[in-house]
Design a protein around this ligand. Structure first.
Ligand code: HAM
Length: 414
């Protein structure tokens, strides 16, 4: 039996890659002073029906549980975060800077870079309205992607402002209940034939296409670019009002990250959602908020497809995974002494392996090489001396068994 379409098994190599990605995500979020939180995988269906917007609602994994509750697997983390914050924000100093790494589920048409489950790093700032916080968040997403070895040649953050478009909608006297539909049409305009967008936009098509063709900017967008310039990160970003974002709750600055070669769908996306917390709060707590999520699927493909990023990942994975010491039991009578040494070496923090079943010496050495071990320690006739063999150079020395730890320490690379 295979896993369901769009779902993945994580065999050890894939799991090591996933852990590598998560470790970098945690590290960079930490550099920016974000702390980790989590929430439930399953939530009330209504949380998403009301808050996520049409597209995600169509993709929900939803069912009625045994207590007759309508529930859904989380398709994203933002509604959960807003729910938690609406309820519990009083306990925390503002602004909150929280991150999480949820697995999320969307019934999408599986395609390159899009599956039916994925992991996302979410970073959100709650309780801050100054544009410096938008710039801080964009700097963070840039640094998250840079951490994997990518440069401004490889990716770009396209930054936009929903207000730029809502101002136009106001000017054109479009009733507010049609705004979401218009914004979605603009969001999709890059991926859809022009006629389809024109049809969706109606009389708005002309002014919208004029803006899309000549580009747009605003004071706030220029301010954010200025902030990124101060950090030396301006080459990683550009103003691009074609970005609108598919989710319903965004209210201001929005952005998406793309590979420069244009091979993939968005690597990351986010923006400001100043009304969501209030909408989920019984006593109308109003808290400005902004955040982004970056998925593991496109990022993983990009890492594997880029020589520098791939080499960096493989080096880290190998150094963290390979066994350091392989113990060779050359004489079965030595198994007890070998076990005592194995226990001691593991207690001292070495990664140690050995053959569980008795095996010929040559086979044990082959296994040692396969595990990537740097040293073999041979327990045989020489006891109480043991052989310490450097498997890279092939050099073997005879060492008193109780001096093995200090001997290994002296051989360790500085
Ligand atoms: P989103 O744009 O829907 O935003 O997803 C963020 C990222 O998750 C995408 O850029 C992509 O890398 C990844 N992603 C989305 N769908 C899939 C899929 N089917 N398969 C693989 N990867 C996928 C959100 O989810 C917002 N909640 C982000 C946010 C946080 N906004 C504010 N705070």
């Amino acid at each position: 039996m295979q896993p369901l379409t769009g779902f993945r098994d994580f065999l050890p190599d894939a799991c090591a890659e996933r852990n590598y990605i998560f470790a970098k995500w945690r590290e960079v979020a930490g550099h920016y002073g974000f702390v980790e939180f989590d929430g439930p995988v399953l939530e009330e269906l209504d949380l998403y029906k009301k808050k996520s917007g049409e597209e995600i609602v169509r993709q929900l994994y939803e069912f009625v549980d045994k207590g007759e509750r309508a529930v859904a697997l989380r398709p994203e983390m933002t509604p959960t975060l807003a729910r938690i914050v609406a309820e519990q924000h009083r306990q925390f100093r503002k602004p909150l800077k929280w991150f999480s790494i949820p697995q999320v589920f969307r019934y999408e048409r599986p395609q390159r870079g899009r599956l039916r489950e994925h992991f996302q790093l979410n970073c959100d700032i709650i309780g801050e309205e100054v544009p410096e916080s938008d710039a801080e968040l964009i700097a963070l997403v840039i640094d998250v992607v840079r951490a994997f070895g990518f440069t401004s040649q490889d990716f770009v953050v396209r930054i936009s402002d929903r207000e730029f478009w809502t101002e136009l909608l106001k000017l054109e006297k479009v009733p507010p209940d049609r705004w979401e539909e218009m914004l979605q049409a603009i969001d999709k305009s890059e991926r859809e034939p022009r006629e389809k967008t024109e049809e969706r936009l109606g009389k708005l098509a002309k002014p919208v296409f004029e803006i899309l063709e000549k580009g747009g900017e605003s004071v706030k967008l220029n301010e954010i670019m200025g902030n990124l310039r101060m950090r030396g990160l301006a080459d990683f970003a550009k103003i691009d009002v074609r970005i609108v974002r598919g989710l319903a709750y965004y209210t201001g600055i929005v952005f998406e990250v793309f590979d420069r070669a244009g091979k993939f769908r968005a690597i990351a996306g986010g923006g400001r959602y100043d009304q969501l917390v209030a909408q989920l709060s019984d006593n109308a707590v109003s808290l400005p908020a902004l955040g982004f999520a970056i998925g593991d699927v496109v990022l993983g493909e990009m890492i594997r497809g880029n020589a520098t990023a791939r080499a960096q990942m493989e080096k880290t994975i190998t150094s963290e995974r390979d066994v350091e010491i392989y113990v060779v039991v050359a004489k079965e009578e030595q198994r007890g002494n070998a076990m005592a040494a194995i226990q001691q070496l593991r207690d001292s923090g070495y990664r140690v392996d050995y053959s569980l079943a008795s095996a010929k010496i040559a086979r044990q050495f082959r296994l040692a090489e396969q595990t990537g071990a740097r040293f073999a320690i041979v327990f045989g006739d020489e006891w109480p001396q043991v052989g310490v063999k450097d498997l890279t150079s092939g050099k073997q020395e005879s060492v008193p068994h109780d001096k093995v730890p200090s001997h290994l320490e002296s051989l360790r690379e500085p």
